[in-house]
Design a protein around this ligand. Structure first.
Ligand code: PHE
Length: 443
């Protein structure tokens, strides 16, 4: 057995912070606010909360249980229970690699915007120009992947756990400071109203399905990140408490991000979408006194959130290479980093820098396609298959035994868990996939 296989978190808090670090990312601070804005404000928030409780939490618990039971990377984990299912682990590793490649592009933008803020060179109209500069895009991608590799090379306790213990409290602090400033703005009341009052006339299948997809993405479920982190949890730890803590942490940060963004942008009608934080927020910051420094803080917040997530994506691939290919941690990290950079370049060039990559399929750019295929389809498909695996192959009894060790009170929830994993989650995902196919992926 290699030394890495015996790696464990130093403490339960260490695990919770690392897993929350994986979960809290651009998904919370960049994606959640703009999807909320585009889909009915408060109504989306309500549906999202329902998706987190009834879908996110049970799936998180299942994924952690597989991880701790097998103490392995995703491929080894599924294989040790059923050889036939190892493909699902491989799907997870590939998904992790692919998400890392394009996620690092957007993460790189946050670094560039820290530099721009500090230099006092923030220009909301400059975003389109910025993303179309090939050299800048590739350099920031490389820098972000390098930072991620730097943390993962140090290993589970010395790298990931230590980073999370420092960066997660910092993230919370920055977020709270920015919220307090935002709430004093004249736009705050209108923004909060849009954010908190659900407009039920907007209810639709699409909004519901978006909420489910967002829950998967935001909680890092369905591709083996939580499974891999779960593999480093000690046997006696309470999985139910840990899973609940991570889910609460992630959801609170998403909700808090709303309390930051909406008061700043005012009512919900401003043009938003994916450029919400890079254009609309900057317009607002530019109008405030000291806005340059607030903007710098805001982008540090985004960069920190992104880094703790890319670290978990890289750790999935690294754990796989260490366990299955018997490579050293250093070599695994370096190889993955290099390949990921190479594979990230088409995404980095797909917002105008290269005409070819900017409209590669159906007029959509490479990054958009990657996000749709891996950030949406693959995560939900992976989650669907994982639920089927737990309930109908591994067996809910064995899965529950794993949870019960350390959480004896879980017994009375087992029947509910079985219904959620065996029916509610798969049914929601199947409807979602069908809907996406029928509407041509226009979720
Ligand atoms: N949960 C992360 C976010 O919200 C993204 C992510 C997805 C990270 C899947 C790891 C695995 O930004």
């Amino acid at each position: 057995m290699s030394e890495e296989k015996r790696a464990h978190w130093g403490s339960r808090v260490g695990f919770v912070l690392a897993a929350a670090g994986s979960a809290v990312g651009l998904g919370n601070i960049w994606r959640f606010p703009y999807i909320t804005q585009e889909n009915g404000g408060g109504l989306f928030v309500l549906l999202y909360l329902a998706a987190v409780i009834f879908i996110g939490l049970p799936v998180m618990l299942g994924e952690l249980a597989i991880g701790r039971h097998t103490q392995s990377n995703p491929v080894g984990a599924y294989r040790s229970i059923s050889r036939r299912w190892r493909f699902l682990g491989l799907l997870g590793v590939i998904t992790g690699f692919c998400i890392l490649s394009y996620y690092s592009v957007v993460a790189g933008w946050t670094l560039a915007y820290i530099v721009k803020s500090v230099n006092g060179a923030l220009d909301p109209a400059g975003f389109g120009h910025f993303v179309a500069e090939p050299f800048t895009q590739v350099v920031y991608l490389a820098v972000f992947i390098f930072l991620t590799c730097f943390v993962v090379v140090w290993g589970v306790q010395k790298g990931i756990e230590r980073m999370s213990k420092i960066l997660m409290p910092l993230l919370l602090l920055l977020l709270l400071a920015l919220i307090i400033r935002g709430l004093t703005l004249p736009t705050a009341a209108a923004g909060l109203k849009f954010y908190l009052l659900p407009d039920f006339s907007q209810i639709s299948m699409k909004v519901f399905l978006l909420a489910v997809g967002q829950a998967f993405f935001s909680l890092s479920l369905g591709m083996g990140a939580m499974l891999t982190y779960g593999g480093y949890i000690n046997k006696g730890d309470n999985l139910l408490k840990s899973a609940s803590a991570v889910v609460c942490f992630d959801t609170s940060i998403a909700l808090l991000a709303g309390f930051l963004i909406f008061p700043v942008i005012g009512h919900g009608l401003t043009k938003g979408g994916p450029t919400l934080v890079f254009v609309t927020m900057i317009e607002q910051f530019n109008q405030m006194s000291g806005g340059q420094w607030l903007a710098a803080m805001f982008f540090v917040l985004l960069a920190v959130a992104a880094l703790t997530s890319t670290v978990s994506l890289l750790e999935v691939v690294t754990a796989y290479l260490i366990d299955e290919w018997k490579l050293s941690r250093n070599l695994s990290v370096i190889l993955t980093g290099l390949f990921c950079f190479a594979f990230g370049v088409p995404s980095a060039l797909s917002l105008g820098a290269s005409d070819f990559f900017s409209s590669i399929v159906f007029g959509k750019g490479f990054l958009d396609i990657m996000d749709f295929v891996f950030g949406n389809l693959s995560l939900t498909l992976g989650g669907l298959l994982m639920c089927i695996f737990i309930v109908y192959r591994w067996g809910i009894d064995k899965a529950s035994t794993e949870v019960l060790s350390g959480a004896p009170g879980f017994g009375r929830f087992v029947p509910v868990w079985r219904v959620l994993l065996g029916f509610v989650v798969p049914a929601s995902i199947v409807v979602m996939l069908l809907y996406m196919i029928i509407t041509g992926g226009s979720l």
